[in-house]
Design a protein. Sequence first.
Length: 100
Amino acid sequence: MFAVKDNVEYSITENEKKQYIEAGYDIYDENGKKIAEGANKKVSAEIYNKLKKEYDKVNKTVKEKDEEIAELNKKLAEKDDEIKKAKENSKKEKTDENKK
């Protein structure tokens, strides 16, 4: 089994498990499944994982909306160009009519 805290990982025995839990290390089995949570944490792993999941969902939505906004801004710029060209053509037509 493994004791993990921050970016440090130790291979431990069953006899060392309690000592590492008290020192704040999470304990994982050989398959990477958490089997014990370190003591004295400010936020439990359960709450952290729930919040992380919600954050990822919101972050995904924000990215999708950013892409949508970028696409709409692109369309808006195209429409602005069309309006600008139409105004220039209209001025040109009026100028041509006035010359006649």
